[in-house]
Design a protein around this ligand. Structure first.
Ligand SMILES: Nc1ccn([C@H]2C[C@H](O)[C@@H](COP(=O)(O)OP(=O)(O)OP(=O)(O)O)O2)c(=O)n1
Ligand SMILES: [Mg+2]
Length: 965
């Protein structure tokens, strides 16, 4: 189906699939009245040929004991029951699933799920046949499990194997290091892509990145819900008929019910479908193989693991105030423990203290019997899809949160059907379990916050109603603040600094006090949340706000051209994602992770990023685009401006934000803008040729709108050039990006010539395809229209907007070339200056009514930082001044000082946040600005301690790896 192909779920579409699903559903429904136990819950069988017991008997056993009988073999069928299978069939089958019917009989007899391996039909395979992969070395004595893992996907096993081989080679012999560098930098087709210089690297990286899969699935389901809602129309929900038999509601009056539903230890539950014998044991999903592979990891001889991890821990502690992460990192010091993370662990593992996100090495120390199972990304997708489809049969008031989690507004459904809300929730959970073989939990409350809180009570495999007449204040009181929505490590640190760590603590203080710590908006939300109030509506049709592509593994370059090639690939990747999301961007951000000066060159995690400084640089576009060439050109320009040595890069990401809907792009406006430009050009040619267009510009024009000096050309050639570029753009962006944008290492103005030329590709690029085609086909006609449109306007005025290409961009700032020194940027300590400050403070006191009027010699001008347009002022200041003038810095200190005295904390937060962002984005190379900001910040802290007795916590920091340690 077209839609399925579009959203990446094509495999599941089609009549046949629907039929198979239907049969499964019928089986589940028919089983219910006969069910005696859940012995085979989550297990599905398919019977191939004659068996003893017969297929019919096996089917009945499944019905009575909670299993599922598949009429067709499906990818998620747990076992195929057979007596023997002809060799010719065997060749194409996954033999790790073929077991004898005796297994079912024995499980029944023993009343527990037995290890299936003794019942496997095919263990002595021919070499041509697929083999079971034991996934661990023979001499691995640490782990007594003889668990056989299903065959790894070819690519996974290759990558794992090569990585391990390399790591071992390094560990064994330092002199082999050169060989490794070679291996990692040459494109050897027999090896999977090892580092970012390999052409196939990105594909390989994303195939194995769990975070990439989670993010893609999460975004995919948000889009999927939108599509389901759009396709729904007025069709209604026939499945609601089935709910008529449910217990009726006894509720009088209308109550709001929000449900939060979340799969239990999702990755583990999906994995256990093919490892039923591990149910009830501590199990974790991770890339690491467990056993000695996780506790004795080979380490690069030049890596200083302890130094690196201590640096990490310190950064978590001091910069992010995240002690949990710091402890986690420190726990990895021990021996040579695997730094592979546990993506998900079973509740039995959680009882031993293991948590999602923990390092495998650390987890194995706590629980040596922990079993590890590999990822199954296809399985997660399939189960998640079933979860969403099951819920959407009853309602589409769904807010997708992630692949295993959603909010559902149940108020209408409960009102319409008059069913008891928890009876419905139980019914739904059972249906999800039966269809997927995976348990889920659900919480219900009168808003999203309470529903999520209720899920925590319900887990695992349960449900909980946080009743509306419960004492919410008492219920919320012990909840730690960091578990509330929107409270991250930095905010919780800020709150802990003033003695607030639980909802109960906040319930005891006034809103005003909280506002002084967090600012108005955040304080109000947090204050309400602490009382169990949450006014957020459910967001059914979530539009993408950001699209990104990032790689922080395998980033090792030695030459600029390698960086350029990689950026082109990443640019193409992110643009594809943007197009798939049907969005266009107006803001392009390049995020670069650079090895921290104090970090060892070799990272302890092979090809990992190690301890890094993060540099962000952005381009804001005048018009939105989804053109790979425009996006890539900006990315290359940003990278060039950052002046970073290729060998120090450890991670690169492109983030596109300020997204617009493709359909929102307004035809008339864009056309008009575009043809105004073209007509201007045409007129320029007739009026000013052969001379260059004058460079008179009355006001600064944003970088991306600047146009190169006019070349001798005509409109037709411009359109032809655009048409050429268009055909490039129309081939989906996976194609090799145009070399026209190859300005990496070339002179700075080439971007302008490449992207603007005699045309504005930004504008052309943002045209919807149909309009672009129309423009190019009927160019003459459009030109006539636009010329007529322009009649009566002053040509000279239009000429004013034409400016020459910009001078080469400023080179990296060298502190020694600054006209200022550090002391220039501090507020003056002269007597006169102090007197001035005191005078101003006195005036402030007058304003606040603390002093008698007669003591005030004159009325002072209002504090500009309290005016509505203070952002404009700051913007102008930072934009105009390459280096801040000491007098201005002084003034700023004075104004901020007044805010501290007037207790305007939230305003100080806003001002500082905005100023810091401005400096980071506009003056990333100007260390005098950085120093000015940092002095301002430390001055505020001094004043805060002096006057208020505590420090403020500023979330934004200057990101300069040259002047900030
Ligand atoms: N940082 C993260 C967060 C999540 N996941 C994956 C593994 C989880 O199984 C799945 C769902 O995340 P949950 O937070 O819902 O965790 P679980 O489902 O594992 O456990 P719970 O029962 O607590 O929901 O996403 C991950 O790999 N890494
Ligand atoms: Mg979950």
């Amino acid at each position: 189906m077209a839609r399925d192909e579009h959203n990446g779920f094509g495999d599941w579409g089609g009549y046949f699939e629907a039929k198979k699903s239907k049969l499964e559903e019928q089986f589940t429904a028919a089983s219910d009245p006969f069910r005696k136990s859940n012995l085979f819950a989550g297990i599905s069988i398919f019977v191939n040929g004659r068996t003893n017991p017969s297929a019919d008997e096996l089917k009945r056993i499944m019905m009575v004991h909670g299993g599922t009988y598949h009429h067709y073999e499906r990818p998620h069928t747990t076992f195929t029951i057979a007596t023997n299978v002809p060799d010719v069939k065997v060749r194409n089958m996954n033999l790790s699933k073929f077991i004898s019917a005796q297994w079912v009989v024995d499980c029944l007899e023993n009343e527990k799920i037995l290890d299936y391996k003794p019942y496997l039909l095919y263990t002595n395979q021919k070499t041509s046949q697929p083999r079971l992969n034991f996934g661990k070395s023979k001499n691995d004595s640490n782990n007594d499990s003889k668990l056989e893992e299903p065959p790894l996907k070819k690519s996974d096993s290759n990558l794992d194997g090569i990585l391990k081989e390399l790591q071992q080679a390094v560990a064994a012999s330092p002199e082999k290091e050169a060989k490794i560098t070679n291996l990692s930098t040459t494109s050897n087709p027999s090896h999977n892509a090892m580092s970012a210089v390999d052409p196939g690297f990105l594909t390989e990286f994303y195939k194995n990145s769990r975070l990439h899969h989670i993010a893609t699935l999460g975004a995919g389901f948000k889009q999927y819900v939108c599509e389901l809602r759009q396709a729904q129309g007025s069709k209604g929900f026939p499945k609601r008929q089935d709910l008529k038999t449910l217990t009726k509601s006894t509720q009088i009056g209308s109550v709001r019910y929000v449900m939060h539903i979340d799969m239990d230890c999702f990755f583990v539950s999906v994995g256990l479908r093919s490892h039923p014998e591990l149910r009830g044991l501590p199990v974790a999903v991770t890339h690491s193989k467990g056993g000695s592979a996780a506790t004795d990891v080979p380490v690069h001889p030049q890596a200083d693991r302890e130094a690196e991890l201590e640096l990490f821990a310190q950064r978590f502690e001091h910069h992010l105030h995240d002690n949990i992460k710091a402890d986690k990192v420190r726990s990895g010091f021990d021996k040579k423990m695997s730094l592979s993370e546990i993506a998900s662990c079973s509740y039995e593992a959680r009882k031993k203290g293991i948590r999602n996100g923990m390092f495998v090495g650390q987890a194995l120390k706590m629980c040596p019997e922990l079993k590890t199972i590999p990822y199954d990304f296809e399985g997660y997708k399939e189960v998640a899809f079933t979860l969403y489809n099951t819920v959407s049969q009853y309602t589409l008031n769904i807010e997708a949160v992630s692949c295993d989690e959603m909010f559902v507004e149940l108020t209408d459904l409960v009102d319409d059907l008059k069913v008891d809300v928890m009876a419905f929730v139980g019914y739904l959970r059972q249906e999800v379990h039966a269809k997927t073989g995976c348990p889920c939990s659900a919480g219900v409350g009168s808003n999203k916050l309470l529903a999520r809180m209720a899920t925590k009570e319900a887990k695992p495999n349960g449900q909980y109603l946080l009743d509306h007449d419960q004492d919410l204040l008492a219920y919320m009181a012990p909840t730690p603040l960091e578990s509330l929505p929107g409270v991250g490590s930095s905010m919780s640190y800020k709150l802990s600094q003033v003695g607030l760590s639980s909802c109960g603590d906040v319930q005891k203080i006034t809103l005003e006090k909280l506002e002084s710590v967090l600012g108005k908006k955040q304080a109000q939300t947090l204050y309400q949340n602490c009382q169990g109030v949450d006014t957020r509506p459910l967001n059914y049709e979530q539009q993408r706000k950001q699209v990104s592509a990032e790689a922080n593994y395998g980033i090792r370059f030695s030459k600029p051209i390698e960086v350029e090639n990689f950026l082109r690939q990443l640019g193409a990747e992110v643009t594809t994602r943007l197009i798939d999301a049907k969005r266009r961007t107006k803001s392009i951000n390049l995020k670069v992770m650079v090895r921290a000066a104090e970090a060892p060159v070799e990272t302890s995690k092979f090809m990992g990023h190690g301890v890094c400084d993060v540099i962000n640089k952005s381009s804001i576009l005048k018009h939105s685009t989804d053109d790979v060439n425009v996006i890539t050109s900006h990315v290359l320009k940003l990278m060039r401006e950052a002046h970073l040595p290729p060998n120090e890069l450890r991670g690169i990401g492109i983030h596109l934000s300020k997204l617009e809907d493709v359909n929102v792009v307004r035809k008339e406006n864009i056309l008009k803008k575009m043809f105004v430009k073209i007509t201007e050009k045409k007129k320029d040619q007739t009026t000013v040729e052969p001379q260059e267009v004058p460079a008179t510009n009355s006001k600064p024009i944003p970088e991306e709108t600047k146009v190169k000096p006019k070349e001798k050309t005509n409109v037709l050639s411009m359109l032809t050039a655009a048409a050429g570029r268009k055909s490039l753009n129309e081939d989906k962006v996976r194609n090799e990006p145009s070399r026209n944008y190859d300005f990496f290492g070339a002179d700075e103005s080439s971007l302008v010539s490449a992207s603007a030329g005699q045309f504005d590709p930004d504008i052309l690029a943002q045209l919807p395809d149909d309009i672009r085609r129309e423009v190019l086909t009927f160019k003459e006609e459009y030109l006539r229209i636009s010329e007529n449109d322009e009649t009566g306007r002053s040509p000279s005025k239009k000429l004013c907007t034409r400016i020459p290409s910009p001078p080469p961009l400023a080179l990296a700032f060298s502190p020694s070339s600054s006209p200022l020194n550090e002391s220039d940027l501090q507020p003056s300590t002269s007597k006169a200056a102090i007197a001035r400050l005191e005078k101003r403070a006195t005036r402030k006191e007058y304003e606040l009514g603390c002093r008698p009027v007669e003591e005030v010699p004159c009325i002072e001008e209002p504090n500009f930082l309290l005016q509505l347009d203070y952002k404009n002022l700051l913007n102008e200041w930072v934009t105009k001044e390459e280096v801040p003038a000491p007098a201005d810095v002084n003034l700023m200190h004075g104004q901020i000082y007044k805010l501290v005295k007037a207790d305007k904390m939230s305003q100080i937060y806003d001002v500082m946040k905005y100023l810091c962002r401005l400096i980071n984005s506009k003056r990333s190379n100007s260390c005098p600005w950085h120093m000015a900001y940092n002095h301002l910040e430390s001055d505020i802290q001094k004043k805060m301690i002096e006057l208020q007795g505590y420090n403020m916590h500023f979330t934004e920091t200057i990101r300069c790896y040259k002047c900030v340690g």
